[in-house]
Write a protein that binds this ligand. Structure first.
Ligand code: ADP
Ligand code: MG
Length: 252
């Protein structure tokens, strides 16, 4: 399944090679490897506790790997000499809990990163934030405070905040899990739009409909590795591995 590099093909934007991560003697990632090419959407599925969040957190350097390497844009970010803030500035991450600053208006929530991380002027940061709010369909809420928005709108603001630094890679961890069912659709539709714009994404989700329609590749995590991978048609429609079949039975 792990085909060698195609001569002349662009190197992957993200390359995870043999990553091991344990908490005490609980091995969560056990030699996991994964490549993500530019403009692709890779969806991670797997049982709760299979390591989806841990993998995303390792990529964003929120966790330190025990072994293996993670390359982002060709640079090994697990090298201890690497500047973690610079790496994170190339990655946008969105979590289940949107974590907006409640005392800041929507516009300022989004403008904060350009100011702090990218050193933009106040005016430039606001321009960029407003453009990004427009992108997620919330320019009209720029002056509102987070608690005046629905959960779906707040999560779209969090996505705008992650995108505003023009990251090379977006990591999305169960971004619809905290939402009321009727608000899930607007967030998934936004992600589908971003894919159309060419945004590279790794998405951990239990939304199989989204995986089916938006993923270029689906990876089923089990026992600390990518147990089965392929197109949505392959992995969701015709899974080959008994573990994958068992997992998917719970969603049908
Ligand atoms: P998933 O996102 O697929 O549900 P996680 O990556 O959150 O899985 O968790 C994988 C396993 O690692 C779980 O058993 C979880 O309890 C454990 N784990 C995650 N983070 C920590 C931590 N900081 N300390 C100890 N155990 C952790
Ligand atoms: Mg998780």
């Amino acid at each position: 399944m792990t085909a060698g590099p195609v001569p002349g093909a662009a190197p992957p934007l993200l390359r995870v090679s043999g990553v091991r991560k344990a908490f005490g003697d609980h091995v969560v990632l056990d030699g996991l490897s994964l490549d993500v090419h530019a403009h692709r959407v890779v969806v991670l599925i797997g049982a709760s506790g299979s390591g989806k969040s841990t993998l995303l957190r390792c990529v964003n350097l929120l966790e330190e790997v025990d072994d293996g390497t993670i390359e982002v844009e060709g640079r090994d970010v697990t090298d201890p000499r690497v500047d973690a803030d610079r790496v994170r500035a190339r990655i946008g991450m969105v979590f289940q809990s949107y974590n907006l600053f409640p005392h800041l208006r929507v516009l300022d929530n989004v403008a904060l990163a350009p100011r702090l991380v990218h050193g933009a002027s106040r005016a430039e940061a606001r321009d960029r934030a407003l453009a990004m709010l427009e992108r997620v369909g919330l320019a009209g809420k720029a002056r509102a405070f987070p608690d005046e928005l629905s959960g779906g709108q707040q999560q779209r603001v969090a996505i705008a905040r992650a995108l505003v630094g023009r990251p090379a890679l977006m990591l999305l961890d169960e971004v619809t899990s905290a939402l009321d069912p009727e608000l899930v659709g607007e967030v998934l539709e936004l992600l589908a739009d971003l894919k159309e714009d060419g945004v590279t994404m790794v998405v951990a989700t239990h939304e199989m409909g989204f995986a089916r329609h938006v993923a270029d590749e689906v990876c089923f995590l089990h026992a600390g590795r990518v147990h089965e991978r392929g197109t949505p048609e392959q992995v969701l429609g015709d899974p080959q591995e008994p573990r994958t079949q068992e997992f998917l039975r719970r969603f049908t």
